[in-house]
Design a protein around this ligand. Structure first.
Ligand code: PLP
Length: 469
């Protein structure tokens, strides 16, 4: 399939029905697969023969979708996971262990930041965060002899910083370390990080790839370009015998597919996190229309970014499609036709209080912890996705307290603009009353159900902000 254009690959890669077979990708909703002899099944367990034996490891529906995503990214192999979080966890943990170190861009999704800064630390893996815009020398200074991975996002969520992929890839390779790039926001329609030197790509397929907000999923794609053997036994999990798998040496037996085979046969075996075949079927439906949707998301976002940029109540807009945006030049270089994604972040002149008031006044856009769905959604990162961070960490992640993240959908753009316009004109008094009423209601609910004091406190805190307006 690799000669086709992205639109064709989205429809045809991964699954080619033979005569009389279904045109739509079938859902193999089965845990297990039948064999005729003991030896046939034994060969599968030894990784000596290819075939399905248990869906936690492999499933035909999942594999077809993984193959499609691998083809879209231009990689040699891919594995699907039950969430984007699981994808990033596996992508790093597949080549890191206790005593190792990771360098990561600081402007990454809050969940990934927490995974690297907190959870990996508990596993004995340290992480140093670097400014995404830092010079190669500054990034290099964060490396240690035990650094195994450099990690970043193509378009950072929610800071919308565009990664200088070539800069990061160069530093990584000078230190004999692979560059892992989370390409969730750009999707392979707008950017293919392997073409710029990234070695491994991850995705939260929950976002644009699905596009309909119906499944949570993740993917890891390997370019097959990183030479694990050339680094001595730094990546010994890939280059030395795996005693938990009959002494297999992944790089010897699987060549360019070593990394993904290890992730499947070790991590999926031991940790699970396989997506359900039904979710993969849904993801595949989303992938079929990905290029059409991405184009529309980007068109709408560009129009809305221009509208916001010209509005007196808006103090700042982050969108790399705006010529005066700090990342415009990088977007022009790395993104297909300079298009980035449908997500915009912006600040109102009234700061945090005005942000909350504005969001509560929207009628079409939904307040939701989600981005990249076909419907327009909005979120306040400091109160929602990034609330676990302190002020210093928020600044490092490129998130200011008043920042609003708008995920522009594929509705008619005039309707979205009209909604934003009316919300920007909102009446302060009405919203004060609304907040007061909502606060009383929440207090009643929390008292009634005796919700945990911590949650009660958090709820009160959010509404305290509204009282101030
Ligand atoms: N990576 C990025 C860039 C994300 O935005 C997210 C979630 O928003 C994730 C990873 C985690 O994905 P999931 O929610 O599918 O676990």
């Amino acid at each position: 399939m690799s000669d086709f254009k992205v639109e064709t690959k989205c429809l045809h890669s991964g699954y080619t029905p033979s005569k009389g077979e279904p045109c739509a990708l079938p859902i193999y909703q089965s845990t297990t697969y039948k064999y005729d002899t003991t030896d046939e099944m034994g060969q599968l367990f030894d990784l000596k023969a290819e075939g399905y034996f248990y869906t936690r490891l492999q499933n035909p529906t999942n594999d077809a979708v993984a193959a499609k995503i691998a083809d879209l990214e231009g990689g040699v192999a891919a594995i699907l996971t039950s969430s984007g979080q699981a994808a990033n966890f596996y992508a790093v943990f597949n080549i890191c262990e206790a005593g190792d170190h990771v360098v990561a861009a600081s402007t990454i999704y809050g969940g990934t930041f927490n995974l690297l800064a907190v959870t990996f630390k508990k596993l004995g893996i340290d992480c140093t965060f670097v400014d995404t815009d830092a010079s190669p020398e500054e990034i290099a200074a964060a490396f240690r002899p035990n650094t195994k991975v450099l990690f970043a996002e193509t378009i950072a969520n929610p800071a919308l910083v565009i990664l200088d992929i070539e800069k990061f890839a160069k530093v990584a390779h000078e230190h004999e370390v692979p560059l892992i790039v989370d390409n969730t926001f750009a999707t392979p329609v707008n950017c293919r990080p392997f073409e710029w030197g990234a070695d491994i790509v991850t995705h939260s397929t929950t976002k644009y790839m699905d596009g309909h907000a119906v499944q949570v999923g993740g993917a890891i794609v390997d370019s097959g370009n990183f030479d694990w053997d050339a680094c001595g036994h730094k990546y010994h999990g890939l280059t030395e015998p795996d005693e938990s798998y009959h002494g297999v040496i992944y790089t010897k037996q699987f060549g360019k597919k070593a990394y993904i085979t290890k992730a499947t046969s070790q991590l999926m075996r031991d940790l699970g996190s396989i997506p359900s075949p039904t979710n993969c079927f849904l993801l595949n439906l989303g992938l079929e229309t990905l290029p059409l949707r991405v184009e529309r998301h980007c068109y709408n976002a560009q129009r809305i970014a221009e509208f916001l940029n010209a509005h007196e109540k808006v103090s700042h807009v982050n969108y790399a499609g705006l010529p005066d945006d700090k990342y415009y030049v990088l977007a022009q270089k790395y993104m297909n036709e300079g298009r980035t994604c449908g997500v915009i972040s912006f600040e109102l002149t009234g700061g945090r209080e005005a942000a909350v008031r504005f969001m509560d006044s929207l009628k079409l856009a939904t307040i939701a912890t989600h981005v990249a769905a076909s419907k327009t959604m909005i979120l306040h990162p400091a109160s929602h996705t990034h609330r676990q961070m302190n002020d210093e960490q928020l600044v490092e992640a490129g998130v200011s307290p008043g920042m609003i993240r708008l995920s522009v959908g594929i509705e008619n753009v005039e309707d979205i603009i009209a909604d934003i316009e009316q919300a920007l004109k909102n009446d302060i008094k009405d919203n004060f009353k609304k907040s007061e009423r909502t606060s009383e209601m929440i207090t009643d609910i929390t008292d009634h159900f005796q919700i945990l004091p911590d949650f009660y406190f958090q709820v009160k805190r959010i509404f305290a902000i509204r009282f101030a307006t």
